[in-house]
Every structure is written in C-alpha cells, then in structure tokens.
Design a protein around this ligand. Sequence first.
Ligand code: FAD
Length: 306
Amino acid sequence: MVEQDTAVRPSPTIAAVLASGDHPTMSFEFFPPKDDAAQAQLASAITDLEPLRPDFVSVTYGASGSTRERTIAATRYLSTRTSLRTMGHLTCTSQSVAELEAAVAAYAEGGIRHVLAVRGDPPGGPSQPWVTHPDGLDNATQLVRLVKAAGDFCVGVAAFPDGHPEHHDVDLDARILAEKEQAGAEFAITQLFFDADSYFRLVDRVRALGCGLPIIAGIQPVTNVRQLERFATLSGADLPAPMVAALHAVAEDPAAVRELGVEIATELCDRLLAGGAPGLQFFTLNRSTATAEILARLREIPPHRG
Ligand code: FAD
C-alpha cells in the first residue's frame, strides 16, 4: 500500500514563482497601520484585494526601524489571517546589526520567509548625506548578506529605473544590482516610474553585466497630483511633462484625476507586460479601488486575459 503524503509543503517562494515563468506576478505593497482607524482601512483594502489572488503582498518598514513592531505585527496579521504569501521590508537606517538580526529573527518566528532588503533613507532625511549607524551596515548589499546568513529567506532588493537620486548614475545602479544578486538577492522591485522605456533600459544595463535578476515593476496608481509630485521628489522618479500637464488640467476634479491616473497606470502596465516585465507590484497606500480598477482594465486587454 502506498502511504499518502500528508505533510504540508511550504508554498513556492516568490523567486520560484518568477522562475517558473508561469505568469507575470502581481503583488501589493502596504504600509503598517499606526492606529485602529488605519488598521481598519488596511483590513478593508485586504478584504477587497485578496480575491484578486495576488502572488504576494509586502509591508514597508519605517526607515529608522521606527515601525519595526508595527511592520512585524502587520506581516503576522497578513500571514495568519489571509492566505497571502507575505514579505516584510527591512532597512539599515539607524539600527545596529544586533537590532537588524532581532528583526529578521522576529520575521522568522512569524513564519515570514521573504524579506525586501533596502538601505532606507539617510537618518537626517532623503536630502541629507547617508550616515551609517556605529554598529550598523552601510548599504542594502550588506543587508542582503545579513538576512541570507540569518536563515532560509528569499530576499528581494530595490531597483531604480530613473536612477537612484543620491548619485544620478544609472551604470553604478546597475553594478550595485548585480552585486546584490551575488550577495544572494533573488529578485528586485523598482521604485515608481512612468516611462516604460526607463524600465527596459534598466533591464538592458543589468543584463549587459550578466545579471539575470528578475525585476518586478513598481506601479504607483495616481490619485492625487500633489501627492504624486511629493513622491517623485522623494524617490527621484521623473514625471513626463505631458502627463503632469494632463493631470494639472483636471487637478480640481478628484474623480477626473483618479480616472486619468487609472488610464496612465493601465497603459504603463500594458507596455511593461508586452515588453516582458516578469511582474507588477502595486504601491496601494492601503487603498484598493485604483489598483483593482487597473487590474480589471488590464484583463480586458487581449494579451493579458487570464
Ligand atoms: P543601496 O543599494 O544601499 O543604495 C543606496 C545608495 O548607496 C545609492 O545611491 C547607491 O548608489 C549607493 N551605493 C550602494 N552600494 C554602493 C557601492 N558598493 N558603491 C558605491 N555606492 C553604493 N525605504 C524605507 O525606509 N522603507 C521601506 O520599506 C522601503 N521600501 C522600498 C521598496 C521599494 C520597492 C523601493 C524601490 C524602495 C524602498 N525604500 C524603502 C526606499 C529605499 O530605502 C531608498 O530608496 C534608499 O535610498 C535606497 O535603498 P537601496 O536599497 O537601493 O540602497
């Protein structure tokens, strides 16, 4: 008699899903809620988005470790209350190696197997020079090594189609991405961007270095013009002038801004998928409507009907 294998098998990692080439991944980024009202908003967004069956969801981490407990709690909430593959972000800013190791251990204890290892903004803010914690790490590449050494984690990293704002050197960015792969990173997720060609040029630069890291495209649905301009300043993303002009033309009409924002994102996602992007990560800001609408419209475009 053949005994039935009843052991629970761990679900495939994000890297394995990407490597299978089965479908472009679709995923959602959330931030950790800071109070009960924010928790209710996150819960509502998740209720709306879970039926779309994302390949994974992720939770951001305050640059200085300020949200450590809340981020870890949110990842536990997602992994225990939902069926969603969950990733926690981690930053180096203002934290010692011991504190980083404790955060990684807390992820492991909560059953979180995926970490997005990013450096974080400088302790003085995005426009200030980077300062390493006296017992800490200098950059994300070192953080990838720390997480990989700490356990059986699948690790992702950040990528910048419009260049990282600190150096404005896209070739350096590509070399750093290749170093992150050598350190053990298995995929990257980009910063927000609006020109599909910037994404494809980044992929070309990285591939020219022999780096095969799958690069998931980060998508920011635009729902508010001023907020978009603030995000672009902070992240170094280029805003195409015609897009900004079109958004400003309807800036006083929130419904028109949202509609245009959905159109812009749908067109961008369509171009990215048609050009071979292996996945899309939506920066949801803990809201579901715009993201759900973009995905519904993408399904109406023939090549993406699933
Ligand atoms: P790094 O790769 O360490 O690069 C930082 C800077 O150092 C770059 O200018 C790079 O050129 C330079 N550098 C790195 N290595 C070298 C080297 N060997 N030689 C020379 N120069 C080097 N921030 C948060 O605080 N919390 C989050 O949850 C968060 N999530 C993010 C998610 C995504 C998808 C993205 C794209 C960004 C996220 N960020 C988050 C923002 C991120 O922390 C900042 O963009 C940060 O400034 C850079 O992070 P990094 O991981 O690219 O750093």
